[in-house]
Design a protein around this ligand. Structure first.
Ligand code: DC
Length: 440
């Protein structure tokens, strides 16, 4: 798959970097801060006391210059020539100088070339002033954020005070006014809203609210049209279960509306995956264990028709979470069987903790529990072929809302969350046994 790029443009302190970082984390992609590129040049010029007023000087100076970026997790370190400039980037004189030199064509060309080169190496969300209009005109999704001058000044004042920088509201307001003027009135690539960008005024929203709004747009944009073939298989399976079984679903309205989240179910039979496909539709993505895939030809055959995210139960690398994130943000339901394998007794076995790790790492907000009843007697583990004309009952519960992901990061809390999720499925199992099983 080719790499994708999301751009956010907007005036200073409109919330671009906060939101770009949040979205980068939620999608498992890297954040590309174009302002930091201009700041890196400015910081070098200031720190090394290089006279840079002359436009012709900067153009020659940048010809042999090198700007490098090294990611340490989600944190980026910036190097300009022989100097690490990361510690100086947030200083106000550096910001002012960056805004000043950003008017020059040679500087903009240098930064843009570097941004375009880096963007070829992965999926990025980039923020700046001219990213959607000039640097990445073919970006997959573009946003333009703004807010009133006063609210931007308040945010910037708070940000600077948190960093221990002495400042006042009036001073910040003046600086922002000046920077707005410089950034939007310069001749080359001024701050403009790209025509095809989503416009969001962030003044009266929290960053969480704006983040959700942006993720919704991203999800809509990336949501894949399922192939005719997969759609056909789902319709066929629905017909198959209705024809050969007394097939009943309770709570179907929850699965119908469920886009881009984690679904978990009990696992007693080969039929489970197929039943979930009929409920969740052709965009369903399954998480499957590498070990089972290597062993089982039938599972390999069935699942080769649908997207799979493979996992080695012992280690869940960054790439695995990245794939989950992508699927979620493409509006796909991701299915996991947290027991790991089909239960041999027909009752819910203990859960593995992988489900909680996915919830934490991918900041999953909604989890949908589904109990599949009746199939254990129809096609249990070890039986070659299924029996027919029996009753299958599927119970879909209301989605569980998950918040406070940071608190769940410790092992103890993950175990607690896993237990809670299992508890919800056990409740459905009890409901099934009390209400439906005796009538099977
Ligand atoms: O986003 P920031 O405050 O870190 O940016 C610092 C300066 O760099 C900003 O005042 C204008 C300039 N800049 C630009 O001209 N174009 C960009 N795409 C990003 C930043």
């Amino acid at each position: 798959m080719s790499h994708f790029i999301i751009t956010i443009d907007g005036p200073s302190a409109s919330g671009k970097s906060t939101l770009a970082k949040k979205i980068a984390q939620r999608l498992g992609i890297n954040y590309l801060d174009s302002g930091a590129f201009y700041r890196s040049i400015a910081a070098y010029l200031i720190e090394k006391d290089v006279p840079s007023e002359e436009e012709s000087f900067l153009s020659t100076f940048l010809e042999g210059a090198q700007l490098k970026l090294k990611y340490e997790g989600s944190f980026a370190r910036y190097y300009f020539n022989d100097l690490e400039v990361t510690p100086f980037l947030r200083k106000e004189p550096v910001a002012m100088k960056a805004s000043f030199i950003a008017k020059q064509k040679a500087v903009r060309n240098f930064v843009n070339k570097n941004l375009q080169e880096i963007s070829k190496k992965g999926d990025f969300i980039a923020d700046g002033r001219d990213l959607g209009s000039k640097v990445f005109p073919f970006a997959d999704v573009k946003f333009f954020l703004t807010a009133t001058l006063e609210s931007r000044a308040k945010r910037r004042e708070l940000e600077q005070k948190t960093m221990g920088i002495e400042t006042s509201f009036e001073k910040v307001l003046e600086q922002l006014k000046l920077r707005d003027e410089q950034d939007s009135k310069r001749k080359i690539d001024p701050l403009v809203k790209p025509e095809d960008a989503f416009f969001i005024d962030t003044t009266s929203f929290t960053s969480e609210e704006v983040c959700d709004q942006m993720l919704f747009e991203i999800k809509k944009k990336f949501s894949v049209q399922p192939s005719f073939f997969r759609t056909f298989i789902c319709i066929f399976l629905k017909g198959y279960f209705s024809l050969f079984y007394r097939f009943q679903v309770f709570g179907e309205e929850y699965s119908r509306k469920f886009l881009g989240g984690l679904v978990y179910a009990n696992h007693t039979s080969f039929y489970d995956g197929l039943l979930l496909l009929t409920l969740l539709g052709p965009n369903t993505v399954f998480i499957a264990s590498q070990k089972v895939m290597n062993k089982n030809f039938l599972i390999r055959l069935i699942t080769s028709l649908f997207p799979l995210i493979l996992v080695d139960e012992k280690k869940m690398p960054r790439d695995f979470f990245r794939s989950c994130n992508r699927a979620i943000h493409r509006g796909c339901p991701i299915v996991i069987f947290p027991e790991g394998a089909r239960s041999t007794e027909g009752v819910i076995s203990p859960f593995k903790e992988g489900i909680s790790s996915i919830i934490v790492h991918c900041k999953v907000k909604e989890v949908l529990p589904i109990y599949i009843g009746g199939v254990y007697t129809i096609w249990p583990k070890g039986k070659l072929l299924p029996s027919f004309f029996k009753k299958i009952t599927v119970l879909v519960s209301k989605p569980i809302q998950v918040s406070g992901h940071e608190e769940v990061e410790t092992k103890n809390n993950r175990a607690f969350l896993t237990d809670q999720l299992r508890g919800r499925l056990k409740n459905l199992e009890k409901h099934f046994k009390d209400t439906y099983e005796c009538r099977t």
